[in-house]
Design a protein around this ligand. Structure first.
Ligand SMILES: [Zn+2]
Length: 313
């Protein structure tokens, strides 16, 4: 059972996005003075959870100043239009390459339907609404937002997607990482160790850019990462190393299978095998069948993304 609002300190709260299953995706509230930022929106279905969280914290609707999806994939930005409608004083902050997809989400919707199909799309994402252009702030690399006097620095972090940025919060010494710093569900926490996997989902994965973006984030000597998948990860140095090693291994696996028939399925098999071996090394008593299930969708998406990347080479 995931609690509806989890306080992480520093005025930061984690809310489950109710995407696929509890614990798969989250969004964050940041409260400073009488201003609120919503970082990540979840899907069009997540707005209910956000409204409940604001009510729980006694924060009226007019305190919401910024809505900040890290990139325009629909588990991160699919709720933007609904939230903009609900919180009339708020502005949407978005990467320059994502802005037009928020103003007119039709391409985004069509692209996602192509991956998931009509029925699954409706079930997972609901109806993403357009955001009026006048409500959009296009965030350039290095821009700093002011939330009740608290600076939030936007840094462009391509690699998972070209339209991705991350948000640096000096106060918590933490990054809101979206998908750039990989995926680490709570099932991947083993005592004081934590496993992580990269996310290379279609269609813009670029290993060099991803490694560069992870390096940029680690350059701030962060104390913690606020992952969208899932929640806060403390002391990220060792995890960053594990993540970068896997990005490199993914690249090698993909390149080694470039010319084999049935390439995507072969890549899937290899990355699965590698990941499960790494988990087994970290935590020998792990039930690998459980891990296979927890990571099944991510393995699929990662294999697809690597296949698309190879096609671009
Ligand atoms: Zn994404």
């Amino acid at each position: 059972m995931v609690s509806p609002v989890e306080s992480l300190g520093y005025g930061i709260y984690c809310i489950d996005a109710r995407y696929i299953n509890p614990g798969v995706a989250c969004c964050y509230l940041m409260v400073e003075g009488d201003e609120v930022a919503i970082i990540e929106t979840g899907t069009a279905y997540t707005a209910v959870a956000i409204a409940e969280a604001l009510a729980d914290l006694n924060l009226p609707a007019d305190t919401v100043r910024y809505i900040i999806p890290t990139h325009v994939h629909l588990d991160h930005a699919g709720g933007a239009g609904v939230l903009i409608q609900r919180y009339s004083g708020a502005k949407l902050v978005i990467h320059p390459r994502g802005a037009r997809h928020m103003i007119d989400p039709s391409k985004l919707i069509a692209g996602t339907k192509a991956v998931y199909g009509e029925k699954k799309f409706a079930e997972l994402y609901g109806e993403p609404l357009p955001v009026p252009e006048a409500r959009v702030i296009v965030a350039e690399d290095g821009d700093v937002l002011d939330l009740g006097g608290r600076p939030l620095e936007i840094r462009h972090t391509p690699g998972h997607a070209e339209h991705h940025f991350c948000v640096w919060d000096r106060q918590s010494r933490g990054w809101f990482t979206g998908d750039t710093f990989g995926i680490s569900y709570r099932e991947l926490i083993f005592g004081d160790k934590r496993f992580i996997i990269p996310t290379t989902s279609p269609v813009q994965f670029d290993p060099d850019k991803l490694l560069g973006s992870i390096g940029l984030m680690m350059g701030k000597c962060p104390q913690r990462m606020y992952l969208t998948h899932y929640s806060v990860l403390e002391q990220p140095e060792n995890v960053a190393k594990l993540l970068c090693e896997q990005v490199e291994a993914y690249r090698q696996i993909a390149l080694s299978l470039k010319n084999v028939p049935d390439r995507q399925r072969m890549i899937l098999g290899k990355i699965k095998e590698m990941t499960l071996a790494l988990i087994k090394t970290m935590q020998p008593q792990t039930d690998l069948q459980v891990m296979r299930e927890v990571l099944a969708l991510d393995f699929q998406l990662n294999a697809q993304g690597l296949d698309v990347w190879l096609s671009r080479q």
